[in-house]
Every structure is written in C-alpha cells, then in structure tokens.
Design a protein. Structure first.
Length: 480
C-alpha cells in the first residue's frame, strides 16, 4: 500500500506518506515556551505513527501574538529539544518545526504591510530565519519548514498584491520571489545539506487580484531550484478579505479565503487536489522530484491511496483529521481502517484558534486537552439492534435509533442515491438527527456509526432508505 510506504525527504526517510501540517494548538503561554501540554500533543501524533510531523507555527521574532511558540532566542532551545526528543522516543516519525515571520496587527484593525519595510528590515527578517533554523537544528529537529503561506510575511511578498516598487516588488514575479530566495539561501548556509528545509506556500490565494495556479506553478519551480526538500501546499487564509470585529485584531481565516484554507463540512471532499496535481506535474516536468504534499479535506484511506497512485501528490497532509484521530496511521497499519474516527469538518478547532483558546476536537470526550488514548473497547449495538428508523417530517428526514454500548456519540452517514458513496452529514451526542439538506423526490440511504471515548469507531447500523416525497407544487405541476 503506497500510503504506508516510506519516502525520502531530503537527507531523511519518512516511514509513510501521511503528514500532519502545522496546526496552531494555543497550548503554549504568551511567553512562547514549549510546555508539557505541547509535548503531549506532538508525542500523540508520533505514537499514532504519522510519517511527518510539522510542529506548529513558531515565531522567529519577538512581536506579540498571544499564545504562540517561539524560536527567536537561544533560551527557547531547551524546550524545543525536549519536544524533538519526545517525538523521537515514540517512533520513526520525522519532526520539522514551521518557522514564521509575521507583521504587526492591532485591535483597531490596522496592520503593518510589507510596503512599510525598508532594506534594513528585510535584512533583519533574513537573519531571523537563518538564526531560528540554526536553533531548530541545535534542538534536534530533523528540519524546518519555511512558512510562506497565508497572511504572513514571506507569503505577502509572493502575493500578486505585493505593490512594492523596489527589487522585492510585485511588478515582476522575480521581484516577488526574491525574499524567499534570499531567506532560503541564508537558511541553507546555516544548517547545511544534512537538515530538511521544506516550504509551505499557497497554490492559490483565493482573494481578488491574488495569484492562482498560473503563478503557483513557476513559484513552486523556483522553490525547487532553490533547493527545498519538500513543498507543502495550502490555499487562502489572507488578511485582505478578513472580517473585522471591533476591538479584535484582524484574523486571516474569517473571509472567503479562510473558508478555502480550512474547507468546512459544506465543501466537497478534496477540493484542492487538482492544484497539487498541477504543481507536481510542473516541477517534475522540469526535472525536480521533491515530495509535494496535498491537503484539504482528505481523510479516507482509499482516497489517499488513489491520489498517491495516480501521481497527484507524494504525501497527504491531514491537520484536522489527525487532530480528531491521531491513530489514523496505526489503525490502517493494523488492518483496523473501519475503526478510524473521521473528522466531520465542523471547524470548532478553527473557532478556538481564532479566539486564542486551546485547540481541541469536538469529537473528543468533553473537557479533554488531548486526544484520548487508543483503547480496544469498541462501542457496539445492544442485543436488540440499532433500531434505526427514518421518517419524513416537514421537508426533512428525521432519524432515531437505539443507544449503543460504550458510545459517546454517533456519526450519521448519507448516500444520495444508489451509486453515490456515503458521507458523514452530522455527528451528534444524542440519538436523534434531523437532516434538512435533502430534496423531495429523491431517495437517500442512511446508516449510523457509534464512536467511543477511546477514539474507536464502532460497527455501522443497518442501512435504511428514505424515498422523500415530491413537494405539492411539483405534484400539481406534473398532473397538468
């Protein structure tokens, strides 16, 4: 199975093709130090068998930003060494830390822009990236990831909205790429060839006048030419379309580009894989074989396998899915794929991040700070069965079922018609669900799946079919 096969990343070998992209935990204090809660979060991913672990965005400078990890000074190295050691102790997962530079924002809505930076400021940014990368190597990580995505400094220089008129400016693609190239050269000079240097950047900005895949392909090629060891792709997450809230600093994931960055339940599965496919083919055609990581609502083993087999990507990134169930890889390796607890993309984790609260998953036991340990006790239906019943009431499908033993919640699956695959439409704590996203005159198949406090999904219920009646206005029209 290609998903579970090893892959070379620069000088290192990842044990499989699954990566957890950088996902802010808000578990550190405002002081930016690694603490035990942070260590426990990443130790859990390693215990679950993830191939590549990207430690959350870690600032390379001292600008204020609430609870955020730091590598802006040597005093942060010991904590990061503890974190890197903890990951290594759990297994063969590779650990890289994402290093990030961001500009200032204020509660008034004001934000500093790249056009405000002078040549001395730019030189400082370059030095800060190189210094942080050297600290990461000293701490024992396998590498660093240069955060060149979303609303942050390197991404803003790459943007088509870059309006600088100097050598780092937007009139030319070369100008927009210059800062990244100089940062990459400075970092590599400090850490050498035996250390992973990856990059995460946007395959599409998803804002008005932002760049699309047309620019993303040559940007990726230049990054490969600069010597990055992997390319991890994202979409959107920009300040330009952020929704401003009075008294709160701008948050770059509140507008349409934020929706595209972390597509929620109402988006189709795998909405961004075509972008990864185009970028991978482009850089491969120019002689570069570095791994390309695709991400965005990819969480089923059959989908990861298909994307890897058809050459759409070399690795698959899962942030929200691995937060939900960090044992995804372990369950797949042990032949228990049916026990994988699937993310429902409710984006509660995103809302917690936005409000600077510790990031957890809605599917975890109430009050949990970390994903529950993997347990063998699987929820099961009682002797009387699941008792699933479906009725049509006032334009909605109403489902009710019996309680399952050892269940803390239930996932509702729906298939639209005979040939479409089932997908999760809801997760509920109780034993009733009202599905309002159905269309009269169509047939739907439903089943329920319980899950337990140990992150184990149980056996599915029987499948029931509902033939939703046509609304009266269509019946009347058809009788004419």
């Amino acid at each position: 199975m290609k998903t579970l096969s090893p892959i070379a990343i620069g000088p290192c070998m990842a044990p499989n093709r699954i990566a957890v992209p950088a996902m802010v935990t808000r578990l550190s204090g405002d002081d930016g130090y690694v603490n035990q809660a942070v260590i426990d979060r990443y130790r859990r991913y390693a215990r679950g068998g993830v191939g590549l672990i990207v430690v959350e965005a870690t600032a390379i400078h001292g600008a204020k930003s609430g609870p955020l990890l730091r590598l802006s000074d040597d005093r942060y190295i010991p904590g990061h060494r503890q974190l890197a050691d903890a990951i290594r102790q759990e297994g063969p997962s590779l650990a890289v830390v994402q290093i990030i530079h961001f500009l200032k924002v204020a509660r008034s809505g004001w934000r500093q822009k790249i056009e405000d930076l002078n040549s001395e400021d730019i030189a400082t940014v370059i030095d800060q990236f190189a210094d942080a990368a050297a600290r990461a190597k000293e701490a024992g990580y396998h590498g660093v990831e240069l955060h060149s995505a979303h609303a942050y400094t390197l991404s803003s220089f790459l943007s088509r909205r870059n309006s600088r008129r100097d050598a780092y400016g937007g009139p030319s693609l070369e100008g927009r790429l210059r800062l990244f190239g100089e940062v990459m050269a400075a970092v590599r000079a400090r850490v050498g060839a035996d250390f992973i240097v990856g990059v995460r950047f946007l395959a599409e900005e998803a804002i008005k006048d932002g760049y699309t895949i047309v620019d993303a392909c040559p940007i990726a090629l230049r990054m490969a030419q600069c010597g990055v060891d992997y390319i991890s792709l994202s979409v959107g997450g920009k300040f330009e379309d952020a929704i401003l809230r009075k008294g709160h600093p701008p948050y770059p994931y509140t507008g349409y580009s934020g929706d595209r960055c972390m597509p929620g339940a109402h988006y189709p599965p795998m909405p961004h894989v075509h972008l990864a496919r185009a970028i991978k083919r482009h850089i491969n055609a120019h002689g570069h074989e570095i791994p390309v990581i695709a991400a965005g609502k990819i969480n089923r083993p059959e989908d990861t396998e298909a994307l890897l087999e058809d050459g759409s990507a070399d690795m698959i990134g899962m942030a929200r899915q691995l937060l939900c169930d960090p044992d995804w890889v372990a369950k797949l390796q042990s032949g228990r794929r049916q026990q994988i607890l699937q993310c429902i993309y409710c984006n509660v984790c995103k809302q917690l991040d936005e409000n600077f609260r510790r990031v957890s998953c809605y599917l975890w036991p109430k009050g949990a700070v970390q994903a529950p340990p993997l347990r063998e006790d699987m929820p099961c239906w009682r002797e009387g069965g699941d008792g699933l019943n479906i009725a049509w009431e006032e334009g909605a499908a109403v489902l009710q079922w019996q309680r399952a033993e050892k269940a803390t919640g239930y996932q509702v699956f729906r298939a639209d018609g005979e040939d479409s695959p089932p997908r999760i439409v809801a997760t509920v704590r109780g034993r009733k669900y009202r599905d309002t996203e159905v269309l009269g005159g169509s047939a739907y198949r439903y089943f329920i799946r319980p899950y337990g406090p140990g992150g184990i999904a149980g056996p599915v219920s029987q499948t029931r079919t509902l033939a939703a009646p046509l609304p009266a206005y269509l019946e009347a029209g058809n009788n004419r």
